[in-house]
Design a protein around this ligand. Structure first.
Ligand code: NAI
Length: 464
């Protein structure tokens, strides 16, 4: 029986980052992982493979739509789907092997298999029981079912994000149930590959929680790119007959019933914490009403020595949120003051254009009754964006009306997922919009649009 300071269950971004920081801080650390490769959902069937397909199909889009205008003439590339999938698999492999390398470098043991917690201080993997002072549950999340609907996923015709990353062929038609992050990222991939994609969304706006102006602009741009939307519609049933899917849904405004057929249905109606098989009941670990593991602000469950981080606890299901919790918890266990600032967690949608956001939305500020000002700047006024056929979208900075302190930022446009981080840093330092506005930004860069939006919070943008 091996004895550890820390055993972490799950090697996704929460678990593996936590393990590395634990090891760096001198704790003897092991990670339990039952997949053949490390990295969890994110590296194996989530963030990383979807980004590979988004990148490849964006290149295709550029070739088909913008090359000729730039004087790059010739036949548009044809799609070799199996090669694209093997590019995606190679991308996964280099990333998962990278984590394995980091484990070796930091002397972290990989306990191969699915772990459970038979008792406090013990983790069982296969027939072996290991002991640890601290046990951290970082077991992530699974796709959740369509609420109240009769839908059986077979990962061939009716798929979750996992099946959508390796369809046998490019479908002619696809229905995406749910206009959230997964549905729109993967819907974009297939729309660029020529699939006729229809997104059926329960609410009247896509990407719930997003700043409403951004969500509207985003939907308009996606429509222009060929995605179809059925809004305010609840999917109630998906059945498969002779390899084709039939989707039944009703419109919320009048309860009218409708049907649609598709080669593939992507179910993207959210994710749920993965806690099965851990023996949480037996241990008496409390869950929230939504099935998340309940923790305090030091990630302690109500059973001594057992902690949880990432998608299994409350908060946005984002890899980087899990990573930050992993680092903070490692620091806490090593006697330091680990902390996550939940007010500054960026959200990014990796479509083209990208969407990046941090802090409060206008709707949140209104409902809080907070006096705020808006500085907006369109990428149409950004020279670099115009040169690169990327002028769709805008930057919006929300600042306190009195103090000018930045309260939120919402970007839809080129590289929004990278641009948003200058505002994250600014917010961490409690910056005012004027601080950003007075910071020299290189010309010509997309980042000038961030500065212009900050200028628009004061005396006005220059290129507006
Ligand atoms: P989501 O919660 O973002 O969106 C689900 C959508 O489905 C909602 O808009 C909801 O109104 C709709 N819906 C629910 N039931 C429906 C029904 N019966 N008919 C029609 N529409 C229905 O969930 P999603 O996209 O599955 O993502 C899951 C999690 O993974 C999220 O927390 C997301 O943040 C995370 N994720 C993040 C990524 C990123 O940061 N780029 C990428 C992929 C996933």
């Amino acid at each position: 029986m091996a004895q550890y300071d820390v055993i972490i269950i799950g090697s996704g971004p929460g678990g593996y980052v936590c393990a590395i920081r634990c090891a760096q801080l001198g704790l003897k650390t092991a990670v339990v992982e039952g997949r053949d490769t490390l990295g969890g959902t994110c590296l194996n069937v989530g963030c990383i493979p979807s980004k590979a397909l988004l990148h490849a199909t964006h290149m295709l889009h550029e070739a088909e739509h913008n090359f000729a205008a730039m004087g790059l003439k010739g036949k548009s590339p044809s799609v070799d789907w199996s090669q694209m999938l093997s590019y995606k698999s190679d991308t996964i492999a280099t990333n998962t092997k990278g984590v394995e390398f980091l484990f070796k470098k930091n002397k972290i043991d990989w306990l191969k298999g699915w772990g459970s917690i038979p008792a406090k201080g013990q983790v069982k993997v296969g027939d072996e029981v290991h002991e640890a002072k601290h046990i951290i549950i970082a077991s992530g999340s699974d796709s959740s079912a369509v609420p109240g609907a009769d839908v059986t996923v077979d990962e061939k015709v009716v798929v979750t994000s996992t099946g959508a990353l390796e369809l046998a062929s490019i479908p002619k038609t696809m229905v995406v149930v749910g206009g959230g992050v997964i549905g729109l990222e993967l819907g974009s991939v297939y729309a660029r590959l020529g699939t006729e994609v229809t997104v059926i969304e329960y609410l009247d706006a896509i990407t719930p929680g997003q700043d409403a102006e951004v969500a509207r602009t985003f939907q308009r741009i996606l429509k222009k790119q060929g995605l179809n939307f059925v809004m305010g519609a609840a999917v109630s049933k998906v059945s498969v007959k002779s390899g084709k899917a039939q989707i039944e849904y009703s419109l919320r405004k009048d309860d009218s019933a409708h049907e649609m057929k598709a080669d593939v249905v992507l179910v993207a109606t959210g994710r749920k914490p993965h806690t099965e098989g851990l023996n949480l009941d037996g241990l008496g670990v409390s869950l929230t009403k939504r099935g998340q593991i309940a923790v305090d602000n030091h990630y302690r469950t109500d059973v001594e020595g057992i902690y949880a981080i990432g998608d299994v606890i409350e908060g946005p299901m984002l890899a980087h949120k899990a990573e930050d919790e992993g680092m903070a918890l490692a620091e806490i266990l090593a006697g330091q003051a680990g902390h996550v600032n939940y007010d500054v967690i960026p959200g990014v949608i990796y479509t083209h254009p990208e969407v990046g956001s941090v802090g409060k939305t206008e709707e949140q500020l209104k409902s809080e009754g907070r006096a705020y000002k808006v500085g907006k700047f369109s990428f149409m006024g950004n020279g670099r964006a115009k040169a690169n056929f990327a002028a769709d979208g805008f930057v919006k900075i929300l600042a306190d009306k009195e103090t000018d302190r930045i309260l939120g930022c919402h970007v839809i446009g080129p590289m929004a997922g990278d641009l948003i981080h200058e505002v994250c840093v600014a917010m961490e330092f409690g910056a005012a919009a004027e601080d950003l506005a007075r910071t020299c930004h290189a010309h010509p860069t997309y980042s000038e649009a961030m500065r212009e939006a900050a200028l628009a919070c004061g005396d006005g943008a220059i290129h507006a």
